[in-house]
Design a binder for this molecule. Structure first.
Ligand code: CMP
Length: 135
């Protein structure tokens, strides 16, 4: 099923100059980049983007991290994009992420875990609208 998803390459990956490597993985897998944008979250936009986590103990740390530097946001298009991209990025806890996944190969932490990807169609719509004017 042809579908779209949102990927955000987080500030830790941008600082480590890993964006090109990460984007290549999605292109090599076969996804089409439908839109791509350098994006710096304000505190308000970060709180909106991560509102589902607003009651979690790590919420402030998460907002502080995602606003700490520029990100790169991509809308990817392809077969079962939401599920496939989630499998490709690996476990949220990077230290448990399987080798071969983005986090498994490139990260060790939870908060600074390189990438975010939407976990459902509803999340995709909500999250992409925070970043892109039209989706
Ligand atoms: P992400 O996929 O962007 O979705 C929510 C983010 O919250 C997650 O990646 C992590 O960066 C962060 N996160 C999830 N669980 C924790 C946790 N236990 N402690 C700190 N940050 C977390």
């Amino acid at each position: 099923m042809e579908e779209r998803t949102l990927v955000v390459i987080k500030p830790d990956a941008i600082k480590r100059k890993l964006a090109g490597k990460i984007i290549s993985r999605f292109e090599e897998k076969g996804f089409t980049i439908e839109n791509l944008k350098s994006y710096s979250f304000t505190k308000e936009k970060a709180e909106e983007f991560y509102s589902v986590h607003s009651n979690k103990p790590f919420f402030n740390e998460l907002v502080s991290f995602i606003t700490s530097g520029p990100t790169m946001a991509l809308i990817l298009d392809g077969n079962s994009a939401i599920n496939s991209v989630r499998i490709m990025i690996g476990s949220t806890k990077s230290y448990e992420a399987a080798p071969g996944t983005v986090r498994g190969d490139l990260a060790l932490n939870i908060t600074d875990n390189i990438v975010h990807a939407s976990d459902s169609y509803e999340s995709f719509i909500k999250e992409a609208r925070v970043i892109f004017d039209s989706i």
